[in-house]
Design a protein around this ligand. Structure first.
Ligand code: 5AD
Ligand code: SF4
Length: 329
């Protein structure tokens, strides 16, 4: 088991399949994009599957979530999902995507064994979308979400980040849209993970502000705190339910104390936190012919070094060198 020195056990593995993306969301990337990881540094499908198999069979990982960059840009994605679905004990398989290309891939991914999906959608206005993501792709995203629901990946979860002066006036509109379509909306507080280091604590739209904006139009009842477990979202029943809205207050109400996650980057580096300032290299030993036991030792040493919290609110906080797009959500 991957238990850290504070007694938390990591059972949820987030796997970044590529650092590339076809959008340029301003809370994530600069307009010109980034220097992508060189192909030889990326884990091959076979290397990745070996590490995931080890995680599932020897390290107690029960949930695998594929992320990016944009995971749908990874060639052979359905094949990877299929190989993970064949592992025993079979892990839950989820994905976080921007939805572009999902209209084509939702069916094959579901057939390959994908259980759940989260799609990022920060606005339902085409002009706001262009401002925020710097690409005119709202229609593709909406088609992708609809295809996911139709393929049985329901309930589709929708992730939204609000940026002041860009889409912070659209919270209620987003919720109305998601209620209408049966999507489960969750707002995520913007975290300091953008490549261009533009995050400012005092500019961030807080969970409290989001709640206030939604409460002007909807009756929100707090869900049962007991049921939250390690889930980062605080859930509210909307207008008496059954539909809900979630708020993930990563910055103003950190949930590090119940964190059950560990992360693997596309270039084979293990991270014990989104905000970790060090990584454990799995790729080098893997390519040098390491035994399972040697690789397991790397996972153990990574989790042993996990800090109690992300420290965003500490005066000495330093953003990690790797941006969100190269870590995965
Ligand atoms: N802060 C909060 N959420 C972010 N995401 C990407 N960058 C940030 C950030 N800086 C979101 C994406 C996606 C998920 C992986 O995290 O919109 O939904
Ligand atoms: Fe791409 Fe996701 Fe970053 Fe937007 S947040 S640029 S969709 S990786």
């Amino acid at each position: 088991m991957l238990t850290d020195s504070y007694g938390r056990t990591a059972t949820d593995l987030r796997v970044s399949l590529t650092d590339r993306c076809n959008l340029r969301c301003s809370y994530c990337m600069p307009a010109e994009g980034l220097d992508w990881l060189p192909k030889p540094e990326l884990l091959t499908d076979d290397e990745l599957v070996r590490l995931l198999d080890l995680a599932v069979t020897q390290l107690g990982i029960t949930e695998i979530r594929f992320t990016g960059g944009e995971p749908l840009l990874r060639r052979g994605l359905p094949g990877i999902v299929e190989r993970v679905a064949a592992m025993r004990p079979r892990p839950g398989i989820a994905m976080t995507t921007n939805g572009i290309g999902l209209d084509r891939l939702a069916g094959p991914l579901q057939a390959a064994g994908l259980d759940r999906i989260n799609v990022s959608l920060d606005t339902v206005s085409a002009s706001t979308f262009v401002k925020l993501a710097r690409r005119d792709r709202l229609a593709d995203v909406l088609a992708g979400i609809a295809a996911a629901a139709a393929a049985g990946l329901a309930p589709v979860k929708v992730n939204a980040v609000l940026m002041r002066g860009v889409n912070d006036h659209e919270a209620a509109e987003l919720l109305r849209f998601c209620l209408e379509h049966g999507y489960q909306l969750r707002f995520i507080e913007q975290m300091p993970l953008d490549a261009q280091h533009g995050w400012r604590r005092d500019e961030m739209v807080t969970a409290e502000e989001i709640l206030a904006a939604l409460s002007a139009e909807f009756v929100l009842d707090p869900g049962d705190e007991e049921l939250r477990g390690s889930a980062p979202a605080e859930t509210f029943l909307v207008n008496g339910g059954p539909q809900t809205v979630g708020i993930i207050a990563s910055v103003t109400r950190p949930f590090c104390g119940s964190c059950d996650r560990i992360r693997l980057t596309a270039d084979g580096q293990l991270r014990n936190c989104l905000f970790a300032r060090s990584e454990n290299d799995l790729r080098t030993p893997l390519r040098a012919g390491a035994s399972d036991a040697e690789l397991v030792a790397q996972w153990q040493s990574c989790i042993e070094a996990k800090l109690p919290g992300h420290g965003i609110n500490d005066p000495g906080f330093l953003q990690p060198a790797r941006p969100m797009s190269a870590i995965g959500g």
